[in-house]
Design a protein around this ligand. Structure first.
Ligand code: SF4
Length: 278
């Protein structure tokens, strides 16, 4: 399927099931959004939302944040990931916002990503959500989901961002970012994608590859070996590792060299297909 057709199909299908493609972080102004996004790095939005009400009450603006030390911020964010680093970033953030930006949040990706604790993804999210600047931030969900569907073929976050921006019109970037995040968070999960109930099941490249994997073999005898070769019908306890064209390590039968090995306890194929996680 042509990429542009797949792109249109993907967003139409996701729009039909995701009625509110917006951030799940709770905030009331750009300052609060910036702090919440900074705290959400390698942490869940739900966890961040638990700590921000008290944090925003105590530090309601950049000035309040600039008047305190890391140690005074730390108790408020103790339960998010990397609290020491994030508290230090917030203390510095308050100073920089007061000294360089007059207590306001800068309104460009380039300026936001220069702030303490703010990488490119944080800058794109804040610029897009707070100020309506076209951006397509790529987090772990967007990276995994867009690669799985086949919208992009990128090994790095930067590659995926460039490809997504080329594929969709600017007017769809922000919405697309949220559609892919929410789809990845609730349906196309890293460990256990819910392919059977997914609205993209008929057009997803990853699902198509999964469907081509050999079917489960029943009636195998684990006492004869850990693996069973479906080609030469021999059992073995160890396979020979080979690397396929995707760089994945596959097991091959020590007797005939076939990669059609099955785990004898479950009957499931031992073949792996390429997945996308960062
Ligand atoms: S079909 Fe499966 S892998 Fe593809 S997008 Fe849906 S959940 Fe993800």
């Amino acid at each position: 399927m042509e990429k542009s057709i797949l792109a249109a199909k993907t967003f139409a299908a996701l729009r039909s099931v995701i009625k509110a493609p917006v951030t799940e972080l709770q905030y009331t102004n750009p300052y609060e959004l910036l702090v919440a996004v900074l705290l959400s790095a390698q942490c869940t939005d739900a966890r961040v939302n638990l700590v921000t009400p008290a944090l925003f009450t105590r530090f309601p603006d950049p000035h309040a944040l600039s008047c305190v030390t890391t140690a005074e911020i730390l108790p408020y964010i103790q339960s998010v990931t990397f609290p020491n680093n994030k508290a230090a970033h917030l203390a510095k953030l308050g100073h920089v916002l007061m000294e360089k930006h007059g207590g306001s949040i800068p309104q460009s990706v380039e300026e936001i990503e220069k702030l303490p604790g703010c990488g490119h993804k944080t800058a794109e999210v804040v610029a897009s959500v707070a100020f309506g600047i076209p951006a397509f931030p790529v987090d772990t969900h967007v990276f995994r989901v867009s690669n799985r569907i086949g919208l992009v073929s990128g090994k790095t976050v930067k590659e995926v961002e460039v490809q997504l921006k080329a594929l969709f019109p600017k007017s769809e970037w922000s919405e697309g970012h949220h559609l892919l995040i929410l789809h990845g968070r609730y349906t196309c999960k890293a460990q256990n994608p819910q392919c059977t109930s997914c609205v993209l099941a008929t057009c997803c490249a990853y699902k198509a590859q999964m469907d081509m994997l050999p079917a489960t073999v029943v009636g195998l005898k684990p006492r004869l070996g850990a693996y069973y070769c479906a080609d030469c019908h021999q059992y073995c306890n160890q396979f020979i590792a080979i690397t396929d064209e995707n760089g994945l390590e596959q097991g091959s039968c020590p007797q005939c060299g076939s990669v059609h090995l099955h785990h004898t306890k479950t009957g499931k194929t031992a073949m792996k297909i390429r997945d996308f996680r960062v």
